[in-house]
Design a protein. Structure first.
Ligand SMILES: Cc1ncc(COP(=O)(O)O)c(C=O)c1O
Length: 358
């Protein structure tokens, strides 16, 4: 039987190097086998239930999602322990969440009494139980309660709210995960973990059990993941990585590329790829070309990538691989992954939760 070679894939296409990805999954799993905290990988990176199952098989405790729509896709794929690390607000979404809680052990972040009230009422109507974590702002200044006192009064309200189960707290140190210097990153992460753990201590002093303390990303997995009292880490990008994160952290390999084709050579210094900003994002800088020494992407239009060339002379029709600068947003533009081992295609996997931002 003829199996497809990587270079027979039509382009633009998202390609996973399975050997590299497997090593990333293994390396992160090995880390958590040696430490008391657990991994709850953030699946907003890959948005693919097959990959989530691989992470769970390697030992992850559960998964993290950013959106209710993502959690619904993951639950449909048979995953039970799901944290939506985000606020689910409003009658429509809380009703959907309460229904989802009848089919999996979903957990959600909360920060306000109004939201707690609507979640409790939705759970009551659906006859389900929703697990909740209080989100604490640990310095990123996105969502979360601003003080331990606020967390304490919210926890007391949750404990007396029917249909809700208080599980603990979470705090995401997103301002720290990509600080390039390790010691600066460590300092910023530890400051955040101190905020989170002091909140846990105040809850416990008031007789409230805090089972889960969830934090961390790829850039801080080994800092937050070894901080006493942190029970789980929400790393996402480590599984596939990207050019931007690889500049910050060398522990994991870039396993994701966009396979493209040169469609034009308008002049000696320029090659045009068949992939532009509708196939790859560039908010973290330009994606990086593989195997074209001295060449780089200078500009992306919607469906064209402009490559500046110095010493090489690639021909129209030649396939070129590109490492995304931001894996999470690039993946969200694609419907499928080509899963490749060596240069043989081993699988074609739907990115089932792409675009599920509602
Ligand atoms: C709530 C939350 N947890 C964890 C992460 C970690 O992701 P990564 O591992 O890609 O840094 C993110 C990334 O945006 C996030 O928003």
């Amino acid at each position: 039987m003829h199996t497809l070679s990587k270079y027979e894939i039509d382009t633009p296409a998202l390609v996973i190097d399975l050997d590299k990805m497997d090593r990333n999954i293994r390396k992160m799993a090995d880390f958590f086998e040696k430490h008391s905290s657990n991994l709850r990988p953030h699946t907003k990176t890959h948005k693919c239930p097959i990959l989530a199952h691989k992470q769970l098989q390697a030992g992850a405790r559960g998964i993290t999602c950013a959106k209710l729509g993502e959690a619904e896709v993951m639950a449909l794929a048979g995953i039970r322990d799901i944290l939506i690390a985000n606020q689910i607000v409003g009658a429509q979404k809380t009703a959907r969440l309460a229904n989802l809680a009848r089919h999996c052990d979903v957990m959600v972040a909360v920060e306000s009494t109004d939201n707690v009230a609507e979640l409790s009422s939705a759970a009551g109507s659906a006859g389900s139980t929703i697990r909740v974590l209080i989100e604490v702002d640990v310095g990123m200044h996105r969502c979360g309660v601003k003080s331990a006192e606020e967390a304490l009064s919210l926890a007391q309200i949750i404990l007396s709210s029917p249909g809700l189960e208080f599980e603990g707290i979470m705090g995401y140190e997103g301002h720290a995960v990509m600080i390039p210097d390790f010691e600066d990153r460590q300092r910023a992460c530890i400051d955040s973990m101190q905020v989170l753990i002091s909140t846990k201590e105040i809850l416990e002093k008031n007789g409230i059990e805090v089972k889960i303390v969830s934090a961390g990303g790829t850039g801080t997995y080994n800092i937050a993941g070894t901080y006493p009292g942190i029970t789980e880490i929400q790393g996402g990008s480590y599984i596939l990585m990207d050019a931007h994160y690889a500049g910050v952290l060398q522990d994991f390999e870039c396993a994701l590329t966009i396979l493209t084709t040169i469609i034009s050579r308008p002049n000696k210094e320029t090659a045009i790829l068949d992939a532009g900003m509708k196939a790859m994002t560039f908010e973290f800088g330009m994606p990086e070309l593989v195997g074209l020494p001295g060449a780089n992407l200078s500009f992306l239009s919607e469906e064209h990538g402009h490559v500046y060339i110095e010493d090489v002379d690639p021909k129209a029709g030649q396939k070129i691989e590109v490492i995304p600068s931001h894996c999470c947003t690039t993946i969200n533009l694609h419907d499928i992954y080509y899963a490749v081992r060596g240069d043989r295609v081993e699988g074609v996997w739907p990115i089932a939760a792409r675009g599920k931002f509602v």
